[in-house]
Design a protein around this ligand. Structure first.
Ligand SMILES: [Zn+2]
Ligand SMILES: [Zn+2]
Length: 314
């Protein structure tokens, strides 16, 4: 999709363009200067954070906390196993149907579509911690954590980096209308809470309460934990491998992100499905994928080559 130089766009055109991009990510894109934040386009993202304050009105219950933990866990797995290890790195194979199911689950995390996500991540690996890296902490902590993707320059999907994924029309559709799945997911969570309030009032929950905890709070926590891998895992931790970037292994981040915190391992060999290279490097995503492989749902899990493991033992 062609982009229009920023200077050639009037203020009202810019505003309507940003609003259209709420619903259609392929709506006319404005070529950004790389640093300007598109506040109108990112208003829903800010609104998602503000919506968490609804906890003050809806209260809390054991049911709401359990649902929040459940939606966090399922969607963290979708992001790490599929958005990252499958779409971005192709470290295993699966059926086209399951590919779409997990693409939808990943899209419910409000981290944009799978093609946008994979394209930016491939660029990160190619240029890690150089000026061309979209989110290196060398550009500043906040920029690496979240400001980078709020800019107009980072908005478009870079189709040149994902020809292998762009051939699936259903993935292109999901990527273009990336707002549909999160809205549908939020509606489902609300409806479940409303149903429980009616059928099982003893659980002490409601539609508004489940929506707040199971969608707003869970999604915001999930988002910030995910992006610590861009910000903190390139700053804090140990370096087993002398990679050309600043990646680190960090056990705390690995626990929170289901294995992604073994980021120095990952930068050393991104082609492996496994990121915890030692038996004690807990990698929940890898265990989940092993289980899925046992059930025949995924195949061809790519291992860490022996020479890489030997390298790291020194
Ligand atoms: Zn990295
Ligand atoms: Zn990666």
């Amino acid at each position: 999709m062609p982009t229009t130089p920023a200077a050639a766009i009037s203020r009202p055109q810019r505003l309507t363009g940003s609003l259209r991009r709420w619903f259609d990510s392929s709506a006319t894109a404005e070529a950004g200067d790389g640093v300007r934040i598109d506040w109108v386009r990112t208003a829903p993202f800010i609104g998602l954070h503000l919506a968490c304050f609804a906890v003050l009105w809806v209260g809390v219950s054991g049911t709401a906390l359990a649902v929040a933990a459940g939606t966090y866990a399922i969607r963290m797995f979708a992001i790490t196993a599929f958005y990252h290890r499958y779409f971005a790195h192709r470290t295993f194979r699966t059926s086209r149907a399951l590919q779409f199911v997990f693409a939808c689950l990943g899209a419910s995390c409000v981290q944009r579509g799978p093609l946008w996500w994979a394209a930016h991540h491939r660029r990160h690996h190619l240029h890690a911690d150089t000026p061309s890296d979209p989110h290196s902490p060398r550009h500043g902590f906040l920029r690496s954590h979240m400001l980078w993707f709020l800019t107009s320059a980072a908005f478009a999907t870079d189709w040149r980096r994902i020809p292998d994924l762009a051939r699936y029309p259903e993935l292109r559709w999901l990527d273009r209308y990336d707002v549909i799945v999160p809205v549908a997911f939020a509606a489902l969570v609300y409806a479940s809470g409303a149903l429980l309030a009616r059928c099982a009032p003893a659980l002490g929950t409601s539609g508004g309460q489940l929506l707040t905890w199971g969608f707003f709070v869970s999604t915001v926590v999930l988002f910030h934990v995910t992006v610590t891998i861009n910000s903190l895992a390139h700053r804090f931790g140990t370096r087993r491998f002398a990679t050309r970037d600043d990646s680190r292994n960090n056990a705390w981040l690995a626990l929170l992100t289901f294995g992604e915190g073994w980021h120095n391992n990952h930068h050393r060999f991104p082609g492996s499905v496994r990121q915890g290279f030692r038996w004690w490097e807990v990698d929940l995503t890898y265990y989940g994928l092993r289980l899925m492989a046992l059930c025949g749902l995924v195949q061809g899990l790519k291992p860490v080559p022996a020479r890489v493991l030997k390298d790291g033992a020194r």
